[in-house]
Design a protein around this ligand. Structure first.
Ligand code: AHM
Ligand code: MG
Length: 336
């Protein structure tokens, strides 16, 4: 019976990644081990996020609690957890975190073949009010012959071997691509395991939602202004689009992936490069979008073709349903 089979034959994230890797005879299981450690970090953050409100009762973040120990802020705590999980996997080499000014070069005895770029807890303005936040990561393989330098992570996003995010929302959701489509997993708290719940995610070809911080409209350029005006007052007789903006990239991108539509953080007069960071925000999300059949565009070209110059570089980003990104491209290229 199919329904019973579903319940007794659990596709955990580890099993799924092992299956995917078995298609590559040269794979040594290193990526599986690395991803397992990332998953561990996400489980830890998930549990901490759900207790964040409680933690406030015994002492403010950054304060000392009743035991007299310093309480770490959630984003600092998450960063420490991920760095430890990544280094202890023995599979990493160069790490870039949003929380660290400089890249972390893993000590020789613990080095492996992978570089990981990550934002341990994105959407920090949403922590204190209980709105969804998330972890974003991208994985590069060390360049042929490299011992591990900054050059290994200053690569276009198209060379990533895997990317994903974990959303700490009403449930804890892990979305992953190793370059063969996108799959979504939900944490079963009773098992402590991520179970495949959204196999082979494909973004709808066209959406009915636009997602942008409209408070910046005063400083937008003409194409962005026109796009949003068209979304509200369509000239072709179609219904206006709905506006959804959470202000947590992981949550806004997750909704875009599942429901379709466009998410944008465009350039504006105050921020000519937008706000979002290329390596650990724009690249992983663009990788997932393309793998799900959508597009990611910077306003000038394909987002995954950017060659970052510095690890904390920013870029404008328009990502989402294939047709919706075509619309913004046409506006930028043709002015209508
Ligand atoms: P953060 O890394 O400081 O949390 O900022 C990134 C977040 C994204 O999650 C989100 O898409 C964006 O900032 C929202 O910015 P704004 O508040 O300007 O709309
Ligand atoms: Mg961030």
């Amino acid at each position: 019976h199919a329904a019973d089979a579903m319940r007794t034959d659990l596709m955990t994230i580890t099993r799924h990644v092992l299956n995917e890797q078995s298609k590559f005879p040269e794979a040594r299981g290193d990526l599986t081990i690395l991803l397992n450690n990332i998953v561990l970090g996400c489980k830890f953050v998930c549990s901490s996020v759900s207790k964040a409100g409680l933690a406030k009762l015994i002492g403010l973040a950054g304060d000392t609690n009743v035991q007299g120990e310093e309480q770490k802020k959630l984003d600092v705590l998450s960063n420490d957890v991920f760095i430890n999980a990544l280094i202890s996997s023995g599979r990493t080499n160069v790490l870039v975190s949003e929380e660290n000014e400089e890249p972390i070069i893993v000590e020789a005895s613990k080095r492996g073949r992978y570089c990981v770029v990550f934002d341990p807890l994105d959407g920090s303005s949403n922590i204190d009010c209980g709105v969804s936040i998330g972890t974003i990561f991208g994985i590069y393989m060390l360049k042929e012959g490299s011992a591990g330098t900054l050059e290994d992570v200053l690569q276009p996003g198209s060379t990533m071997v895997a990317a994903g995010y974990c959303m700490y929302g009403s449930s804890c959701t892990f979305v992953l691509s190793t370059g063969a489509g996108v799959n979504g997993f939900t944490l079963d708290p009773s098992l402590g395991e991520f179970i495949l719940t959204h196999p082979d995610i494909k973004i709808p070809k066209k959406g009915k939602i636009y997602s942008v911080n409209e408070g910046n409209a005063k400083n937008w350029d003409k194409p962005t202004t026109l796009y949003v005006a068209n979304a509200k007052f369509p000239k072709d007789g179609t219904s206006p689009k709905s506006l959804r903006y959470i202000g947590s990239m992981v949550a806004d991108v997750h909704r875009t992936l599942l429901y379709g539509g466009i998410f944008m953080y465009p350039a504006d007069k105050k921020s000519p490069n937008g706000k979002l960071r290329v390596l650990y925000e724009v690249f992983p999300m663009s990788f997932l979008m393309e793998q799900a059949g959508g597009q990611a565009f910077t306003g000038k070209g394909r987002a995954l073709d950017i060659v970052p110059k510095k690890i904390h570089d920013r870029s404008p980003i328009f990502l989402g349903s294939y047709d919706d990104i075509e619309d913004i491209k046409n506006l930028i290229i043709n002015g209508h």
